[in-house]
Design a protein around this ligand. Structure first.
Ligand code: H2U
Length: 357
């Protein structure tokens, strides 16, 4: 019997060089039967305008403000912001063990489209390009505010990810400190840059293109892949080919290519289980603290919770909570599934099939 270590067969740990963390991979376990919880997918027949939606154009929000009749994108300061600017600056400390610090910030809500029934997966690239432009404008404005040193752009999609409203939207939370996840990535990218003189991701993406097994697709300026160290079953990254610290560094052509990559990834996700695919996605980029941060290479990450169908979710419990994350299906298997999917949304395909039987 051949007993050589094989990543596709044998239990192993994989290292995430961006965070310094490890993930347990157990490929031999992916055939185990499932008799646990099945998620409800929910009805996906939404109207283009919902008079009760607080994000639709012209509607009243929870605090009584009225949204304008916006034609493409719209952003506003979150009416229930987790971080606010009028916090008295201060520290609390008792010895070495009890430590707290005031944290000011600004939270924004970003409506991707006036259409209540769309998602990024069903929007066209030009519509998504307007979202990208708005993110760049928001980043620019927020970075000029005093005490805003980090800006987290993200999207929660689907009720299973805690999204409160199906209207296509995302959020931005910006604040004084660098939060935990980007701080880890900053530390590891800095150390790599000091050692090698190039960004970690500008060495990583060509390696993945050469190996090919985890690539989902690429365009002229971006690579989309399942990272070697992926934790979530269908976790992916969109990486710019050029080393850039922030999304504000993108050229016109790169913004368009980023919109193209975001649409293609979201559409492939919906096509995977023919459902509006839930995820939390967001952009990790350099702090907005005035320093250049040459070691930072910005990128977008997608963390989807679904495992093997529209209704079976991956649970991060037990060992994952107490030890470290664990996955059964390999990143290479997930990449192959995503790579083989069409980039035309399944609803479009169904529509054209029913009009041309
Ligand atoms: P999520 O669906 O990802 O939770 O985002 C919706 C955000 O919109 C949420 O943070 C805000 C909530 O505070 N919101 C408003 O700012 N105004 C409203 O009228 C309702 C919801």
């Amino acid at each position: 019997m051949d007993n050589r270590f094989d990543l596709t067969e044998h239990s192993h740990r994989r290292y995430n060089p961006l965070t310094g963390e490890w993930v347990q991979v157990s490929p031999h376990r992916s055939k185990r039967p499932w008799q646990g919880q099945v998620e409800k997918t929910g009805e996906d027949n939404r109207p283009a305008f919902d008079p009760t939606c607080y994000l639709c154009p012209g509607n009243v929000r929870a605090n009584g403000e009225v949204n304008p009749t916006y034609p493409s994108t719209y952003s506003f300061t979150n009416d229930f912001a987790a971080l606010v600017n009028d916090v008295p600056a201060g520290d609390f400390q008792d010895g070495d063990l009890l430590l707290a610090r005031s944290e000011a910030g600004i939270c924004r809500v970003i409506c991707f489209s006036p259409r209540h029934d769309l998602t990024i997966a069903e929007m066209d690239t030009d519509g998504i390009r307007r979202v990208v432009d708005l993110w760049v404008d928001e980043y620019t404005q927020l970075s000029r505010q005093p005490n805003i040193n980090y800006i987290q752009i993200f999207e929660n999609k689907g009720t299973v990810m805690g999204c409160s409203n199906p209207h296509p939207h995302g959020q931005i939370w910006s604040q004084e400190s660098i939060p935990v996840e980007p701080a880890k990535k900053q530390q590891h990218q800095e150390a790599y840059y000091q050692r090698k003189g190039v960004t970690l991701l500008s060495d990583y993406w060509p390696l993945e293109v050469r190996r090919a097994e985890r690539i989902v697709f690429e365009n002229e300026h971006f690579v989309a892949l399942v990272p070697f160290w992926a934790v979530w079953p269908f976790e992916t990254m969109i990486i710019p080919k050029r080393a850039m610290a922030r999304i504000t560094d993108m050229t016109e052509a790169e913004r368009q290519a980023f919109a193209d990559a975001y649409r293609r990834m979201a559409t492939r996700y919906d096509n995977l289980f023919e459902v509006s695919f839930p995820y939390s996605a967001g952009i990790h980029q350099a702090p907005s603290d005035g320093a250049p941060h040459a070691a930072w290479h910005w990128h977008m990450v997608f963390y989807p919770p679904l495992l093997r169908s529209a209704t079976v979710k991956k649970f991060m419990v037990g060992y994952e909570m107490l030890a470290n994350p664990q996955r059964d299906i390999t990143p290479e298997f997930s990449a192959a599934r995503l790579r083989d999917l069409p980039e035309i949304h399944y609803k479009q395909t169904l529509l054209s099939e029913s009009s041309n039987p």
